[in-house]
Design a protein around this ligand. Structure first.
Ligand code: FAD
Length: 311
């Protein structure tokens, strides 16, 4: 049994592990894959104080930093359930798919999220070669170019407004015949001369020249006609799915989008259980934000431990 048990080894989990271990308390981290989404990231230009780095390189330094401390790290392990402590200050149990159970007097949930994909030909092939998911991260790479945004919900229209200030032109493609984004965002987007919105458009293919994206093909769902748009970048904004399937129906409160609800100390609805990073209701999903949140959750957990004696 541990004092702090962290589930997830992305930036949030790694930061939580370092902060917890530095308090001299028994700490473990369990994760499917150390590094999380950062492993899938090519260039990173917004990790403050580092002009440019790459995902795998940042993950290697994260791992090295965690190893400096006395943290037990279990990788290739998937958490499948969580059970509340039977008494205040007792041990919360985390069940693993392998059948084992780990327990912590405090637990930090940092299982991250994943972008919903279009699942069309070319999407995987041109990932990071024009197919992007994060406008804050990759928008500046398309300065002066034409891009498309897939999805007309809040994140799609926000992305279009954001990108329109950087790139030459943005085409938004929405599957439905109406936009789901808030009216105020739609109004802002319509006021920008370099945004074009196409509704009833089903993206069917990402087109490339073998090296990078050159455009996309979509079907006009009203006429069934197949049409093309020439763009250098495609931002897919059809949803970010929190990795909380394993927590559904459990004792920790999730939002209607399945994100873990937390307070300003990272505490969840269940005493002794904290959460951090993309898996939570935090409004912005970024590496540096996840690291700050992981640190907050670890300090929150430490504070809980010193105030809550073991039964
Ligand atoms: P994650 O990184 O998602 O890590 C989750 C961890 O939990 C992983 O270790 C995973 O294996 C583990 N896990 C999940 N489920 C389970 C389970 N059931 N049991 C055990 N372990 C589990 N952000 C930036 O700031 N700058 C960028 O340039 C940038 N570019 C990006 C590019 C791409 C392609 C993507 C996908 C994301 C990018 N982001 C970028 C976003 C950034 O990667 C995330 O905000 C950040 O990684 C979130 O950290 P996290 O620790 O909360 O979650």
């Amino acid at each position: 049994p541990y004092e702090v048990l962290i589930v997830g080894g992305g930036p949030a989990g790694a930061a939580a592990a370092i902060y917890a271990a530095r308090k001299g308390i028994r700490t473990a981290l369990v994760a499917e894959r150390f590094g999380g989404q950062v492993m899938d990231t090519m260039g990173i230009e917004n990790f403050i104080s580092v002009n440019y780095t790459e995902g795998p390189k940042l993950v290697a330094s994260l791992e090295e930093h965690v190893k400096e401390y006395d943290v037990e790290v279990f990788t290739e392990q998937t958490a499948s359930g969580l059970s509340a402590a039977t008494a205040e200050g007792g041990y919360t149990q985390v069940e693993l798919e392998s059948g084992a159970t780990l327990s912590g007097r405090s637990v930090i949930l940092a299982t991250g999220a994943r972008w919903r994909e279009m699942n069309v030909p070319g999407e995987q092939e041109y990932r990071s070669k024009g197919v992007a998911y994060c406008p804050h991260c990759d928008g500046p790479l398309f300065k002066g170019k034409r891009v498309a945004v897939i999805g007309g919900g809040n994140s799609g229209i926000e992305a279009a407004i954001d990108l329109a200030g950087i790139v030459e032109h943005v085409t938004v493609l929405e599957f439905a015949d109406t936009l789901r984004a808030d009216e105020v965002l739609q109004r802002k987007a319509r006021s920008m001369p370099n945004i074009k919105i196409i509704k009833s458009a089903q993206t069917t293919e990402v087109r490339g020249d073998g090296k990078k994206v050159v455009g996309l093909t979509y079907t006009d769902r009203e006429t069934q006609e197949s049409k093309q748009v020439d763009v250098a970048g495609i931002f897919v904004q059809i949803g970010l799915i929190p990795n909380t399937d394993w927590l559904k129906g459990g004792p920790v409160t999730l939002s209607k989008h399945g994100e873990i609800e937390i307070d300003s100390r990272g505490a969840t609805s269940l005493p002794g259980v904290f959460a951090a990073g993309d898996v939570t209701t935090v409004p912005f999903k970024q590496i540096i934000i996840a690291m700050g949140a992981g640190s907050t959750a670890a300090l929150g957990a430490f504070d809980y431990l010193i105030r809550t004696p073991a039964p």
